[in-house]
Design a binder for this molecule. Structure first.
Ligand code: EPU
Length: 426
């Protein structure tokens, strides 16, 4: 298992380019199941999770060709789902990546059947998929849970009015993909408004879907008989962008984060401004300048446009060295504070009381060996390691590789001392 060795203390400067968004690429790859014609996607990030999704689609029968590697290392892919052989998502893949459940809606809508392993709990919370199932059942699907699998069947899905019990991102995406080929109109109320939902809707519309209201809490989908091919560029990753902004906020420095889009990350920018960081937005991206120790700030995670839970660990790393006490409430996942114990090993002073973390900023952290527990926790530890004096080693960096494209290379290019230590399994 690879690990990172970071020598902290260097201010960051220069330019870094944000890759395509993981959480947009994953559902958009699944959208290829909705049509027999080619879907050509650019700005697809090279990530472990994208690799897992390609493997899942390929074993179902989708032909995937890498058309070109773009100069920035992003892939352009051509997917053709015209001869599907295997309408199943097996446990072996779903257990490694919950987003595999995103094949359920499209498979059921186009082929009338799907067999998808039920995801188990995961490191950050229980994460049930009851809302996905409830919505598909409202559209007329017959669904049984058997031997750990969701077995769904429907001759043709019918439009329905669905009100989800909570805002769910992949739930909204699964139901939207199912509804594009249903008979009649589907209304999804309490829909997720995340920019990744909008990017998926844009791609589906290019394929011929009739969707209104993506980006609001009511999405209306008028079903069509078939979808065609399309070309689409995956949006830039707002969480990767936010991670670089936090890194500079913590270490100090001056970095242009190319392709960062202020529209998609308003709440994060507001917190960083409160912390005293200078941010200037332009068509190229966001330039971040930080010359002094950050000031404490409080926040609660919330669905978009609120502050993303996927930014909580990185902002906590900034709060750990801020002047003053920050209060952070995690409202989306019940167990997303696992980085706290590791941050404490670096000298952070953080108390957790239920869903709230109280972070008493300290002037300096000191390097230590720590362990990554999930994707965004790893990003928080990397930021803390960049600030800490001496050496920090982060084990289990495979968590980071699920969602960050060559992070160590990008950080090195802006002056960080980060090396990957490759270890073969013994
Ligand atoms: N929930 C249910 N039932 C459902 C669906 C969700 O109870 O049927 C609950 C969840 O347990 C959670 C809340 O609703 O408490 C919101 O979960 P949501 O469904 O929105 O999460 P998700 O769709 O599984 C996506 C991202 C996550 C991100 C969350 C929240 C993808 C592939 N994943 O997950 O990304 O944290 O939305 O914004 O889009 C990450 O990238 O590190 C990551 C975990």
């Amino acid at each position: 298992m690879d690990r990172f060795r970071i020598t902290g203390g260097a201010a960051l400067s220069g330019e870094v380019t944000v890759s395509g968004a993981k959480n947009a690429a994953l559902p958009i790859l699944c959208a290829s199941l909705l049509s027999a014609e080619p879907l050509v996607l650019s700005n697809v990030p090279r990530l472990r999770d994208v690799g897992t999704m390609k493997k899942l689609l390929a074993q179902m029968g989708t032909r995937i060709e890498t058309m070109q590697m773009q100069p920035d290392g992003q892939e352009q892919l051509r997917l053709v789902s015209d001869a599907m052989t295997h309408l199943q998502a097996p446990y072996e893949l779903v257990k490694t990546m919950r987003a595999s459940v995103l094949v359920l809606g499209p498979m059921l809508a186009r082929f009338g059947e799907a067999l998808v392993s039920l995801p188990g709990g995961c490191a950050i919370g229980q994460r049930p998929v009851d809302q996905h199932i409830k919505g598909l059942a409202a559209m007329g699907a017959e669904i049984q849970i058997e031997h750990g699998y969701i077995k769904a069947q429907a001759k043709r899905l019918r439009g329905a009015r669905i009100v989800t019990d909570m805002v769910t991102v992949t739930g909204t995406e699964n139901l939207m993909m199912a509804a594009v080929l249903a008979e009649g109109t589907t209304v999804i109320d309490n829909a997720a408004r995340e920019p990744e939902v909008v990017d998926l809707a844009d791609c589906l519309i290019k394929m011929g879907a009739r969707i209104e209201g993506a980006g609001t809490d009511r999405i209306v989908i008028h079903g069509v008989d078939r979808l065609g091919g399309a070309q689409h560029q995956v949006m830039a990753d707002r969480i990767e962008a936010g991670t670089f902004l936090c890194a500079v906020a913590a270490t100090g420095g001056d970095v242009m984060v190319r392709h960062a889009s202020a529209q998609t990350m308003g709440a994060t920018l507001e917190k960083l401004r409160e912390a005293g960081v200078l941010l200037s937005e332009s068509n190229e991206g966001i330039r971040v300048t930080a010359h002094s120790r950050p000031k404490a700030f409080n926040f609660r995670t919330a669905p978009f446009p609120g502050l993303a839970t996927d930014m909580q660990a990185q902002l906590m790393a900034v709060a750990a060295i801020a002047q003053g006490t920050s209060i952070i409430a995690e409202t989306i996942f019940e167990n997303r504070f696992m980085h706290v114990q590791e941050l404490r090993r670096l000298g952070a002073q953080i108390e957790v009381d239920g869903h709230t973390a109280i972070v008493q900023g300290v002037p300096a952290l000191s390097g230590a060996r720590v362990m990554a527990t999930d994707l965004r926790a790893s990003a928080g530890l990397v930021i803390a390691g960049l600030v800490a004096s001496g050496e920090t080693e982060i084990d289990r960096i495979y968590h980071l590789d699920r969602g960050y494209d060559r992070m160590e290379e990008k950080l090195r290019a802006i002056g960080a001392q980060v090396t990957r230590i490759e270890e073969t399994a013994t």
